[in-house]
Design a protein around this ligand. Structure first.
Ligand code: MLC
Ligand code: AMP
Length: 494
């Protein structure tokens, strides 16, 4: 009986002596050892009461053991639900309450805060720390190193990834085995990833980019992965001469370009640099090509759809565009005016809908399978897509999505605040930075520090405004809608 994702990504590596994960400590985990560990973990998870279809929520540091946990989740037919390590207890509470996982895996340091939340939904709790230890690893000790893989259908869920929403409420994107597998297959083909590749992996593994685009493709191809706990330019520069492939958000590339040690020599073995999750500025493209003699390959995707388009491997890579639809994926523009329209996508990569939110699903996913991305685009005569803006009120900072509504709600709940507006301003390092303006209630004194402290208890730190200022009124259009473009122009620091 099949388990599409496990059968394609993991099972073929039984007995494969090649290096899979190479850690910061230099330790190498071979594919075969990885598979054995996965089976032991699968026994540990079923022993903890996880059944097929159950969710396993994970808010834990980036570790080799975390990748084993992902593989074992798929092997037992469960659903992997990764959470940003920056999320606060309040934020995690929302996800757990919504997704009702059977198991929560967290760092020991968060145990006392998160265990009661898990108990509320009847979830078991195990720990996993940065050094790969914890009660999860303990539970794998002495377990058999083979496990009868649980069968799954192609459209059964493999993962549930939360993405913030314009309403301020996060939505769980339901991703199936076939969503993930079809996309990995298309990307391996397109980017010509093979077992001879060595990938620099410095992305977090709680989002589509680090988890699926990077890891699933490496697994499918049998490539080696230099698995870095975090983005550290020193470590990357040291590893470039031994590596062939890197994937990152634009901030990775602007920060590397700031380092004079990034040279043609250090990159002599590198065959491909890939960027995505946020727009790569044409200046960054040009500076990189000038320094390294290679053009970064830019692609475009979303949590709900995996990857949608990519510039070609062979063939022109055009700066300012995100390339052509992946094979098997269709892209169209709707309601186009002057050639600019809403980007819609259809294909085996498109998710099954939002968890427990049929109305939201119906709003964004048409009955005939077209998903409305919220991005605005233009298609050039060669068929290359250019993302020219967003129809959704969203800030992308260093590759993290931040929805203003969520922050405005928190600001408006602060004592003395009448109303607020949150918007992105250009930022040289992060692409965009979060900025907030508040209107105080009559007679109330504005205290930026007090407001920052107030919202800091519930919101993850990366969402917090760089600056909070006060204004007398918010600019509004004739319909009463706040004009964020006016605010962006007024507060642009560059
Ligand atoms: C960290 N901080 C950020 C931030 N990252 N603030 C705003 N935006 C960000 N992206 C803040 C922290 O809260 C902290 O603040 C301070 O910066 C230092 O934290 P750090 O962890 O040491 O930061 P750093 O290592 O410099 O991280 C920057 C980064 C990281 C760019 C390396 O954000 C990153 O890895 N981004 C990748 C995101 C990603 O994978 N996106 C893919 C989404 S999938 P304080 O106040 O505590 O000091 C997707 C689909 C697709 O979009 O197409 O791929
Ligand atoms: P997420 O919801 O985190 O999956 O983020 C998806 C959003 O990131 C998309 O809808 C786009 O707005 C944006 N995005 C991803 N890749 C690119 C890119 N190469 N250029 C511009 N925007 C991008």
């Amino acid at each position: 009986m099949p388990n599409p994702l496990y059968d394609a990504l993991f099972a073929p590596h039984r007995g494969n002596p090649a290096s899979f994960l190479i850690g910061d400590d230099g330790k190498i985990l071979t594919y075969d050892d990885f598979l054995r560990r996965t089976s032991r973990m699968a026994h540990a998870l079923t022993g903890a009461g996880v059944r097929p279809g159950d969710r396993i929520a994970v808010q834990a540091p980036k570790t080799v053991q975390g990748v084993v946990l992902y593989a074992a989740t798929i092997q037992i037919g469960a659903v992997y639900l990764p959470l940003n390590t920056a999320y606060t207890t309040t934020e995690v509470d929302y996800f757990i309450t919504d997704a009702t996982p059977a198991l929560l895996v967290c760092a020991t340091a968060s145990l006392s805060a998160l265990a009661p939340l898990a108990a509320n939904v009847g979830a078991a709790v195990l720990t996993l720390d940065a050094d790969n230890t914890g009660t999860l690893t303990d539970a794998t000790q002495g377990q058999p190193d083979s496990f009868a893989t649980v069968p799954r259908a192609a459209d059964d869920l493999a993962a549930l990834l939360y993405t913030s929403g314009t309403t301020g409420r996060s939505k769980g994107a339901m991703l199936t085995h076939n969503n993930l597998l079809s996309n990995a297959q298309a990307l391996v083909d397109l980017w010509q990833i093979t077992a001879a590749d060595r990938l620099i992996h410095a992305l977090p593994v709680f989002h589509t980019h680090g988890l699926f685009v990077a890891l699933n493709t490496a697994l499918l191809a049998g490539a080696s992965v230099r698995f870095m706990a975090r983005f550290d330019p020193d470590a990357i520069i040291a590893d470039l001469p031994k590596s062939t492939l890197m994937m990152g958000v634009p901030t990775f590339y602007t920060r590397l370009l700031d380092d004079p040690r990034l040279t043609r020599d250090t990159c002599a073995k590198m065959r491909l640099f890939i960027s995505g999750s946020a727009p790569l500025l044409p200046e960054t493209h040009a500076a990189f090509a000038d320094r390294i003699g290679q053009m970064i390959l830019e692609r475009y995707g979303m949590t709900e759809t995996n990857m949608i388009t990519s510039n070609p491997y062979d063939g022109p890579r055009i700066a300012g565009t995100v390339g052509l639809p992946l094979p098997g994926v269709a892209v169209r523009l709707t309601d186009a005016r002057d050639g600019i329209g809403m980007v819609e996508v259809r294909g085996p990569n498109v998710f099954r809908g939002y968890w427990n939110m049929p109305d939201k699903t119906a709003e964004d996913l048409r009955p005939d399978g077209w998903f409305i991305t919220g991005d605005l685009g233009r298609i050039d005569p060669q068929g290359y897509l250019e993302i020219v803006g967003r129809n959704k009120d969203l800030i992308i900072s260093g590759g993290y999505n931040i929805y203003p509504k969520e922050i405005e709600d928190a600001l408006n709940a602060c004592p003395g605040v009448l109303e607020s507006a949150v918007f992105g301003v250009p930022d040289a390092d992060m692409g965009e930075a979060v900025m907030a303006v508040v209107v105080m209630q009559p007679g109330q004194v504005f205290d930026a520090a007090a407001i920052a402290t107030g919202i800091g208890t519930t919101l993850a730190r990366f969402k917090l405004p760089r600056q909070i200022a006060t204004v007398d009124d918010l600019p509004r259009n004739g319909m009463g809608k706040v004009q964020k473009n006016v605010l962006r122009a007024e507060w642009n620091p560059l």
